[in-house]
Design a protein around this ligand. Structure first.
Ligand SMILES: Cc1ncc(COP(=O)(O)O)c(C=O)c1O
Length: 328
């Protein structure tokens, strides 16, 4: 008995789309699509054309940032990184910085959440199904605002566990670009969940620590140095970069004696006083176990707490790091 596959009319597709409600879509609050030429709030319509090379070639770049208390945090820093990713992958932003900012803020306003997650995708655009970017007449911009997913308070209070990843690392050039080719990152995330740890961390060809699937790492040595893997080998995280700027105050106070980028081995981390993860959605998480080694005294330490405190203060201070969503 063979089932027939229906050929659907335009109206039938629209009907089916509008009936299609999935529980996870409740988190999707607004989407801007340059393809539609506006903002939509019905998750059923939040789609990308299949002939957009973003879909079938991963030919796009993206940014993930957050809104905190009706303000967008570190927008300029994310847009700087996006410009870098665009340059390195021969994409060009279709809007000026001011227009892009206004489009992002309009989408965040439509999302109507005090705290939210904001994802910006710049794609090569629709145009056919070959690998050639030249068949796409126009790049497209998609912005999606969703609820912000954060770890449970227990993860901050008790710390997280980490394991070395077996997934091959991206080479330098591609690791520094936030492109839509995230297969290694996806496999790392799966690896962590399958192994029952919070994160895995990649190791480069020379045996040096790289990064988590979508997080940076850092250690505090027994000599009170704050060290992170070299940024020419990994994605330059906005969170860890800002934490390093804010940590200047800890150097001035004598809490830290040195800070910088370095080639770090897993051994360096096993013997660290503290280890931590940095990322937009959660800020800073203390690592208390790495590859079965207890880190420090096995409890979240002073610096993980302090870095998070500094970042949270930064998010609520009115300076250039913050772009108001309302009344701008
Ligand atoms: C590969 C990778 N490393 C690090 C990070 C952390 O960057 P940020 O602090 O800007 O979120 C991300 C963020 O998504 C990432 O994708």
């Amino acid at each position: 008995m063979s089932e027939t596959v229906p050929t659907l009319s335009f109206d039938e597709v629209v009907d089916r789309l509008l009936q299609r409600k999935e529980p996870y879509q409740r988190n999707y609050r607004a989407m801007y699509s340059s393809w539609y030429g506006g903002i939509i709030t019905d998750p059923a319509l939040m789609m990308v054309p299949i002939d957009d090379h973003l879909v079938h070639r991963g030919d796009g770049i993206f940014e993930a940032l957050k809104g905190v208390d009706w303000r967008v945090y570190a927008l300029e820093r994310h847009l700087d990184r996006m410009e870098y990713s665009a340059k390195m992958s021969s994409h060009s932003l279709p809007l000026s910085r001011a227009e892009l900012t206004e489009t992002i803020l309009a989408t965040v306003r439509a999302g109507n959440l005090a705290d939210c997650s904001i994802r910006i995708f710049l794609s090569r655009g629709p145009g056919g199904f070959s690998a050639s970017p030249y068949e796409c007449p126009e790049s497209q911009l998609y912005i999606v605002v969703t609820t912000l997913q954060t770890p449970s308070p227990e993860k901050y209070a008790r710390g997280v566990s980490l394991r070395t990843s077996a997934i091959p690392v991206k080479n330098d050039y591609f690791a520094t670009i936030k492109s839509c080719n995230y297969l290694p990152n996806v496999l790392m995330r799966k690896e962590a969940e399958d192994a029952g740890v919070d994160f895995t961390v990649s190791i480069d060809e020379q045996g040096f620590l790289a990064e988590g699937p979508t997080e940076n790492i850092g250690i505090i040595t027994l000599n009170r140095e704050f060290l992170v893997p070299r940024f020419d080998r990994i994605l330059r995280g906005t969170t860890v970069s800002r934490a390093m700027e804010l940590a200047e105050s800890l150097l001035d106070a004598g809490d830290l004696v040195r800070m910088g980028e370095m080639d770090l081995t897993p051994e360096d981390a096993y013997h660290a006083a503290e280890m931590m993860m940095f990322g937009t959605s959660f800020d800073v998480l203390p690592v208390v176990n790495y590859d079965g080694h207890r880190i420090g005294d096995g409890q979240p330490g002073f610096f993980a707490r302090k870095f998070r405190e500094l970042l949270r203060e930064d998010m609520h201070r009115c300076d250039e790091m913050i772009t108001p969503v309302r009344g701008a």
